[in-house]
Design a protein around this ligand. Structure first.
Ligand SMILES: NC(=O)c1ccc[n+]([C@@H]2O[C@H](COP(=O)([O-])OP(=O)(O)OC[C@H]3O[C@@H](n4cnc5c(N)ncnc54)[C@H](O)[C@@H]3O)[C@@H](O)[C@H]2O)c1
Length: 364
């Protein structure tokens, strides 16, 4: 391994933020990109100064290049498994966009393949680097909460179903709807702050009230399309350590126009907290505990997050951390196993919704 990670990005939709992340980090370079759409490939390649000879429309050709140590896989969900498997077989380390896969079984196969190939497989959870969430994680690491026995997480939008007919709204391509798209982010934040307890049971329901009627989409394709995923989902999870979590996510609901609620609430023995925003870009966090001088007195702490605004955030932070793991042997913060637990919970909600009862979750 050279001192800099030689990385490539496959899929240049959100993948552009991986590309610029590798370029921004002092310990990585973006040496190649791939997109099946030649127009996107050319536009993004030129915009971000990737030479024409390092642009590929076929990921297999990119993976055969010996000068690439690692890849970001940023393609539609159903392509995560085949492209991650091919990358591991080619000896590359992999950073895979969320969700890890479309099913638990696929996620398990990917983790087994990474172990067999002795390569790192990480899942991209960029929301952990929000200033409000990052500050809370520091509090959790310092033991401020004690045992966190309950959490509530959600991302509830009023009207934001992805484009009518896009892969995001087709079960065979996305694996599910809003729960596997937005829900996994909120779920990951709560689980990360709780130190990823092992789920043992899940109950929940998934609804499709607007998508099938072509309502509340971001854009409408005039052609009739199949919408076979949920536009709202709710779930309740029990963990092996006795903790519980409730999760809710919506792309669409009859509620205040343009509302975009995003939240994680923690209930610990020694303190609680609430990250709550009505606009995704806002950062609001409060911590609640008893006053040390007057233990009958509850107090609220609202931190100044100014110092955290200047942190490396989002995708750039994930990409830099991934490079640090491969180049310097840092311990991965978001191993593929975290992605698998998210899939166990989301898939559990889908199965519970179909069966009308609680689903047991087996450990990995
Ligand atoms: N972490 C985040 O905040 C975040 C945000 C958006 C999307 N995502 C995830 O990133 C992934 C991609 O989402 P998106 O919004 O960029 O989707 P997108 O449809 O906008 O972009 C996907 C890109 O992949 C390309 N592609 C498709 N098949 C390909 C193939 N076989 N080989 C190479 N390229 C191929 C497409 O041409 C397209 O440019 C999804 O898994 C999604 O869940 C994560």
């Amino acid at each position: 391994m050279t001192t800099k990670l030689r990385a490539a990005v496959i899929g240049i939709g959100v993948g552009w933020s991986h590309l610029t992340g590798y370029q921004a980090s002092p310990i990585s370079d973006c040496v190649a990109i791939c997109d099946a759409n030649p127009t996107i490939l050319q536009e993004r390649g030129e915009k971000f100064n990737i030479p024409a000879a390092a642009r590929f429309t076929d990921y297999r050709e990119l993976l055969s290049q010996p000068n690439i140590d690692a890849v970001s896989v940023c393609v539609p969900n159903f392509l995560h498994e085949p492209i991650v498997m091919a990358a591991l077989q080619a000896g590359k380390h992999v950073l895979c966009e969320k969700p890890l896969a479309t099913t638990v079984a696929a996620g398990q196969r990917m983790i087994a393949a990474a172990k067999a190939a002795n390569r790192l497989l990480m899942v991209c959870y960029n929301h952990r680097y929000r200033p409000d969430v990052y500050w809370l994680k520091e509090q959790a690491r310092a033991g401020t909460f004690g045992h966190i026995y309950a959490a509530k997480a959600g991302w509830m939008r009023e009207g934001w179903i992805p484009t009518h007919g896009a892969w995001f709204t087709q079960k065979d391509k996305a694996g599910g709807g809003v729960l596997i798209d937005l829900g996994v982010h909120a779920l990951d934040l709560a689980l990360w702050l709780m130190d990823y307890p092992q789920p043992i049971s899940v109950t929940g329901t998934a609804f499709a009230e607007f998508g099938p009627r072509a309502q509340k989409h971001r854009a409408i394709d005039p052609a009739p399309v199949n919408f076979d995923v949920e536009d709202m989902g709710m779930g309740f999870v029990r963990f092996a350590n006795g903790s519980v979590l409730s999760l809710e996510a919506s792309w669409a609901a009859h509620r205040e126009p343009q509302q975009d609620d995003y939240y994680v609430r923690l209930f610990g023995r020694e303190a609680g907290a609430n990250v709550f925003t009505r606009k995704y870009s806002e950062h609001i966090v409060e911590l609640y505990k008893l006053d040390e001088q007057q233990p009958r007195q509850p107090i609220t702490i609202t931190p100044d997050l100014t110092a955290y605004e200047s942190l490396r955030r989002g995708h750039h932070a994930v990409v830099h951390h991934f490079a640090d793991c491969v180049v310097n042997g840092a311990t991965p913060e978001s191993p593929a196993e975290h992605g698998l637990i998210g899939l166990q919970i989301v898939e559990g909600i889908y199965r519970s919704s179909q069966l009308g009862g609680e689903i047991r979750v087996s450990s990995q």
